[in-house]
Design a protein around this ligand. Structure first.
Ligand code: HEC
Ligand code: HEC
Length: 306
């Protein structure tokens, strides 16, 4: 509530809330008392559907009492919990406090487990079915929105099950990816390649690297450009460079799709894949367990379990 810039907004909330409750109370009282006894049960002037008439009867007691109950509930709630402007409520409840209590309970329960696994080697953790299970749960919460709940990835988000790695699949490298994040930068080449034809030629050459059918003359022209502009990152043989996250172009595994259109778009405009760092968010112990889970995906251990 400290977000309010002036005290005005505090009263802007309190006054209509309190007046609203008082008005409801008065309305109910008025509706339940303002019937003259001699009028009770008499027909009113309202007729619908030819013969449906309204009688002048008080509202049922139980129904009115429910209104009073909701009013009392509302008043009680506003006294106990925050709701009236900056008034904190008698219980001192906050959503942050509740969250913190839940986190504390979870930490007390799982903390020793995390600690035990954190002290083990990642390969050993990956061999432990219970640890893999915890890792999978965390993966679904923290990683699935990008890599998919089955870890098979999507366009621009690498498949983590295929044992084909941009940055490397040994346990320490996976852990580093999770903790520090990754940023794959593929520059845009359209201008340097002299426009669309140049881009198309290089794309044809890239296809030959993975043994795909390609226009030979175009690929030959493309090779010249590739050798000049692309080998620095993708290597003379096109096998990539894990230090830079430059993909292997010979394996017919495509991060951004295998169509010519998509490959040309990559070359012409560049790409900028970004894996956010998770060190601050998850902490090292959780990252350790997640690294073991991801590692187990590529060794097939996780599948044996299913
Ligand atoms: C916001 C989306 C996003 C989230 C969340 C995310 N990742 Fe990633 N991750 C990526 C992208 C994009 C890349 C590829 C980076 C690149 O292209 O250079 C990647 C790369 C990776 C790699 C490297 C793969 C390789 O081939 O070397 C691993 C391992 C990985 N992520 C694991 C995880 C884990 C574990 C989590 C959960 C803690 C996670 N990621 C959460 C987007 C995400
Ligand atoms: C500065 C290093 C660098 C240079 C130079 C470079 N690339 Fe890349 N390339 C990358 C990186 C890094 C990625 C992955 C981008 C990502 O993770 O988002 C990539 C991705 C690609 C992809 C997508 C692969 C896939 O699996 O979808 C293709 C195709 C490609 N590069 C072709 C080329 C061609 C052709 C050239 C030369 C004209 C070139 N690259 C020059 C770093 C480079």
């Amino acid at each position: 509530m400290a977000d309010f810039t002036s005290g005005f907004w505090n009263f802007y909330i309190i006054i209509p809330t309190v007046l609203g409750i008082v008005a409801c109370f008065l309305l109910i009282r008025w509706l339940s008392t303002d019937i003259h006894p001699d009028q009770e049960g008499k027909e009113m002037d309202h007729v619908w559907d030819e013969d449906l008439v309204e009688l002048n009867n008080p509202l049922p007691r139980w129904w009115l009492n429910m209104f009073y109950l909701t009013l009392f509930f509302g008043i009680g709630y506003l006294l106990l919990y925050p709701g009236l402007g900056t008034f904190k409520g008698l219980l001192g409840w906050t959503s942050i406090g509740q969250y913190q209590r839940e986190v504390d309970v979870a930490d007390a329960k799982f903390g020793p487990l995390f600690k035990k696994y954190a002290e083990m080697d990642i390969v050993a953790v990956a061999a432990d079915p219970a640890a893999r299970h915890m890792g999978e749960r965390m993966f679904v919460s923290y990683c699935a929105q990008c890599h998919g709940s089955d870890a098979r990835g999507a366009r621009g988000f690498p498949n983590l099950r295929d044992n084909d790695w941009l940055y490397g699949g040994d346990p320490q490298t996976i852990l580093q990816t999770i903790l520090e994040g990754r940023n794959g930068v593929m520059p845009a080449w359209e201008a340097a390649l002299g426009g669309e034809t140049g881009v198309s030629d290089v794309a044809e050459y890239v296809f030959t690297l993975s043994g795909r059918k390609a226009d030979e003359a175009a690929a030959l022209r493309g090779k010249e450009k590739f050798d000049a502009m692309c080998v620095a990152c993708h290597g003379a043989d096109g096998k990539g460079n894990q230090m830079l996250g430059a993909p292997n172009l010979t394996d017919n595994v495509w991060l951004y799709g295998s169509s010519k259109k998509s490959v040309m778009e990559t070359i012409a405009r560049g790409r900028n894949g970004n894996m956010p760092p998770h060190r601050d968010f998850l902490g090292e112990e959780k990252a350790h367990l997640l690294a073991a889970y991801v590692y187990s995906l590529s060794t097939g251990q996780a599948d044996e379990q299913e």
